[in-house]
Design a protein around this ligand. Structure first.
Ligand code: A2H
Length: 253
């Protein structure tokens, strides 16, 4: 890990009614899965949300009256950042595992897909961010490899109760043009490095290094309203837009 705190944007992905069993008691409230990202400018390309099936999550009350779903560790960090109700303490409203919120519909900001679903990603780390990850397969090789696995492998979908319609209609969206890698940089890099699955960690690592470096320093936005602007120059603007629309919060760890 680097020196000093890392700043993430937490993207609020709104859980749709009817709520799954473990969240039933919160019916009628504004409940969000909050996904930690370093790349708010890629939110135009979200296709789904990743949770880890056997990871423990909590639903906690925020001082806004909203409910956030994340790891207990992230909730504690949020309490230090004065985001909680109840004199700063963590108030747990529900405890659950990833599988309890698998395959549920969400509304996510900026993406062209009106509904996205939670899907399983097995290599989410507990000790980073919120344990909830938003998926942008156009620009993140891990996201592309995992979404492709789900599309190709019926057994993988079945194991976690994922229906075809939660996966099949969702394709990577061209949002950023990257020199040498085109407008679906993660797809190109996964092809170039011959990544065959989400578990192909060495090849994925090479693809990621290339995509992230070139994407961040040389990427140019294709999205309407930001066309031709450099990724570096719009990152903060888009983060602020999301925060001002109450669709994201800034979080450090
Ligand atoms: B990023 P860093 Cl398009 N476990 O968001 C595994 N990965 C996690 C995680 C966890 N607990 N929490 C967050 N992440 C992912 C978008 C994105 C991201 C794009 C391109 C690059 C990229 C869409 N997924 O990250 O170790 C999230 O994926 C490049 C590293 O703290 C988050 O941002 O640097 C990033 O990893 C944070 O990883």
């Amino acid at each position: 890990e680097g020196v000093g705190p890392q700043e993430y944007t937490l993207i609020k992905m709104k859980v749709q009614e009817p709520f799954p069993e473990k969240l039933k008691s919160l019916s009628g409230r504004n409940v969000y899965l909050v996904a930690a990202t370093l790349r708010p400018e890629t939110m135009f390309g979200q296709t789904n949300c990743w949770v880890k099936p056997d990871m423990k999550y909590v639903a906690v009350e925020m001082k806004t009256g909203e409910v956030f779903v994340c790891t207990a560790r992230a909730a504690r960090n949020m309490s230090y950042q004065e985001m909680m109700a109840e004199n700063g303490k963590v108030k747990v409203l529900a405890e659950l595992e990833g599988q309890d919120i698998m395959g549920i519909p969400l509304k996510a900001p900026l993406t062209s897909y009106s509904t996205v679903y939670t899907l399983p990603m097995l290599n989410i780390k507990y000790g980073k961010g919120t344990g909830v990850v938003t998926s942008v397969p156009s620009d993140a090789p891990d996201d592309f490899a995992t979404l492709r696995d789900l599309k190709k492998k019926e057994a993988f979908r079945q194991k976690y109760g994922i229906k075809d319609e939660m996966v099949m209609p969702f394709e990577p969206v061209p949002i950023i043009e990257v020199p040498d890698l085109g407008n679906l940089s993660a797809v190109t890099a996964c092809d170039q490095y011959k990544v065959t699955s989400q578990n192909d960690s060495e090849k994925l690592e090479k693809a990621k290094v290339e995509v992230y470096k070139k994407g961040f320093y040389d990427g140019v936005m294709l999205v309407k309203g930001y066309e031709g602007q450099k990724v570096q120059d719009v990152k903060k603007t888009i983060q602020k837009l999301l925060v001002s629309q109450n669709e994201a919060v800034v979080y450090q760890e």
